[in-house]
Design a protein around this ligand. Structure first.
Ligand code: NAG
Ligand code: NAG
Ligand code: NAG
Length: 198
């Protein structure tokens, strides 16, 4: 009799444990949790307008070439030659002026990605972060071709994500060159971002 009760108890315990494991897959033996319907809030759109200063020249550049291809011929030393890779920490400002209020920074890399120099294109892998105002601490992630020379007026890069208020963002940025120094390559770009986020 006692043995029967014991076996019933053990059986009950094993069943209970099995049921718990099935119902609760956040236990440490699995690397995945439950898949369920995402409870997303309504998507919102925010427009951001600012200027990005990409300064290559001088003693305090905001973008530096960190690698380049060993090309034969005249273009080997060209700052924008195919295969040149730059690291950037470019200030973002409200206005185009050098002394305009800084509202963030664009950090990351860009690579000169077109073999045809007449179609000078960079590919950007950058995080544009805001350090003031409503979006202080938030950033947008750019992972995109930036066809600098291919489009006469405005060109466009894609937004593939973000942090903070822009978590899971997507969208695009229309870029217009405000000023470029053809000798040094220093440029001030006007960025108009359309950001869809939650
Ligand atoms: C799921 O299992 C984990 C780890 O064993 C435990 O901490 C958690 O409380 C369980 N959750 C539920 C809903 O049973
Ligand atoms: C660069 O390319 C040239 C021509 O192919 C070669 O002679 C030279 O060794 C290369 N330099 C380096 C550092 O790879
Ligand atoms: C932005 O956020 C940081 C970190 O929370 C804080 O230290 C800083 O004072 C904020 N700056 C402004 C201008 O609000």
């Amino acid at each position: 009799m006692q043995g029967e009760i014991m076996w019933t108890l053990i059986f009950a315990l094993v069943s209970l444990t099995a049921a718990t494991v099935t119902a609760n897959n956040s236990d440490s033996s699995n690397y995945y949790g439950q898949t369920k319907a995402a409870d997303l809030k309504e998507e919102k759109v925010t427009h951001l307008r600012f200027y990005l200063h990409d300064i290559i020249s001088g003693k305090n550049p905001s973008a530096v070439r960190i690698a380049h291809a060993n090309l034969t011929g005249g273009s080997a030393d060209s700052a924008v030659g195919f295969g040149s890779l730059f690291a950037m920490d470019d200030p973002l400002t409200v206005g185009p002026g050098k002394d305009s209020k800084v509202i963030g920074n664009g950090r990351g890399m860009y690579v000169s990605g077109s073999k045809d120099i007449s179609k000078f294109t960079i590919v950007m892998y950058a995080d544009l972060a805001f350090t003031t105002g409503k979006f202080n601490g938030s950033s947008i992630s750019v992972f995109s071709r930036n066809p600098v020379a291919e489009e006469a007026g405005e060109r466009e890069v894609g937004i593939v994500g973000g942090r903070g208020a822009f978590r899971m963002a997507r969208g695009f940025i229309q870029i217009k060159t405000h000023h470029i120094d053809m000798n040094t390559g220093d440029a001030v770009l006007r960025y108009h971002a359309t950001v869809f986020h939650y």
